[in-house]
Design a protein around this ligand. Structure first.
Ligand code: COA
Length: 372
């Protein structure tokens, strides 16, 4: 068996930002237009009028102030309310692959690594832009990596489940190094006309290089272990799929985009995540005082405060459980990797931290790391 370590991460940040105020202004214009169009039904009490959204609510309920997106115009146009990403020909690099290649290139550069050192690519994300060929194989081809690649989807937990899969491939000698890539175009599955969730997501791509310790850079992170858990729930769901995508009667149904019972998710996922992390700590004989940092999934700032309190026995402090929600919003599987990417350089040799994801499935995964 070889020893697998985490060498570096890379981050691709999309070109456009949308502030809460911009998003709310477009939503409210759309709502006013919709109400005017349905004025008769509303007056007759047959239809409920759309209520305005509000920036102060969004920030207070979630901690989100802004988000990056691949297309701003379509999302903010009250006549469209969705990203408009032009379809590309089969000869062009697809948009998910392009984002993934950018994040992977940065991870390789930061590790001082060439593509010749990498044997496998895993593209792990909540949404794949097509059924096949796998986006990961397109990324592998674009980077010029010999070996193999495959896609996987565990929703918001895709990165941690991908890292554990990559570590197993390295440990068993099937690959010397594996790139785990998380391109998330969350704006593509978000209902921008639904006030309860129109503010939740942003777009981004992250990459993580997992490799044999013998070829890793000196300041890598040892992987102390991983703990993965899934419990079926319908409380976060998206029914879009190949069996309904072509049927015109299904195309615009609300359930073919992200739908959630936010309150239930909030209440049910916190204990699940607390249990995953504390069980994992027991397995590794770690006390809360041994942990310098929690790089948590970024869905809701209050949720992360409560999880941190559960694990650390004290309220969240920014230096223990950093947030990137304010800048990025929820970026699904990439969120905990962005938190790690932005807030790990200051940890010293021997320091221990935990990357923890959670989300649809339900799914949760923890990866304990120790700086070499
Ligand atoms: N602007 C203004 N008010 C809004 C609003 C908006 N955009 N959206 C909802 N509200 C209102 C609601 O109508 C409700 O009003 P009422 O009390 O008069 O009924 C009130 O604000 C509270 O709404 P609620 O949906 O209960 O808010 P919340 O405090 O639960 O926060 C979430 C909503 C989604 C931010 C929160 O539930 C959450 O983050 N849950 C976890 C989500 C998660 O982790 N999902 C995983 C995704 S991968």
């Amino acid at each position: 068996m070889h020893r697998a370590v985490l060498s570096t991460t890379g981050l691709f940040v999309p070109p456009h930002t949308i502030s809460n105020d911009e998003l709310v202004a477009s939503f409210n214009t759309w709502a006013d237009t919709w109400n005017a169009e349905h004025a008769e039904g509303i007056a007759a009490g047959e239809i409920t009028a759309k209520t305005h959204s509000n920036s102060a609510f969004i920030e207070k309920a979630s901690g989100i102030q802004s988000r990056y997106v691949m297309d701003k115009e379509g999302i903010l146009d009250p006549a469209i309310m969705a990203p408009r990403l032009a379809e590309r020909s089969n000869d062009e690099l697809s948009i998910m692959a392009e984002m993934g290649v950018a994040a992977a290139t940065q991870a390789l550069e930061r590790a001082g690594r060439s593509v010749d050192d990498v044997d496998a690519v895993i593209c792990a994300a909540s949404n794949m832009q097509r059924a096949y060929p796998a986006v990961s194989i397109e990324i592998q081809n674009a980077l010029g990596i010999n070996g193999f690649a495959f896609d996987m989807n565990v929703a918001c937990s895709s990165a941690t489940f991908g890292i554990q899969t990559a570590a197993s491939l390295v440990q068993t000698g099937q690959a010397r190094a594996v790139l785990v890539i998380n391109p998330e175009i969350c704006s593509g599955h978000l209902a921008f006309t639904d006030r309860d969730c129109h503010f939740i997501f942003g777009d981004v791509a992250t990459a993580t290089l997992i490799e044999r310790d013998t070829q890793a850079p000196a300041d890598h992170w040892n992987i102390l272990g991983s703990h993965l858990s899934t419990i079926f729930s319908n409380n976060i769901r998206n029914n879009f799929g190949f069996l309904n995508s072509a049927a015109p009667e299904h195309k615009d149904s609300r359930d073919k985009l992200f739908v959630q019972e936010g309150r239930k998710v909030f209440k049910q996922v916190i204990p699940m995540v607390g249990h995953v992390i504390t069980t994992h700590m027991e397995k590794l004989s770690l006390e809360s005082t041994d942990i310098k940092r929690l790089w948590l999934h970024q869905a809701n700032a209050a949720m992360n405060r409560l999880i941190t309190a559960h694990v650390m026995g004290r309220e969240r402090e920014d230096d223990v459980s950093p947030t990137v929600l304010n800048e990025f919003a929820n970026t699904s599987s990439a969120g905990s990797i962005i938190a790690f990417h932005r807030h790990s350089d200051d940890l010293q040799s021997g320091d221990i931290g935990c990357i923890c994801s959670f989300g649809a499935g339900y799914s949760a995964g923890s990866i304990f790391l120790q700086r070499a």
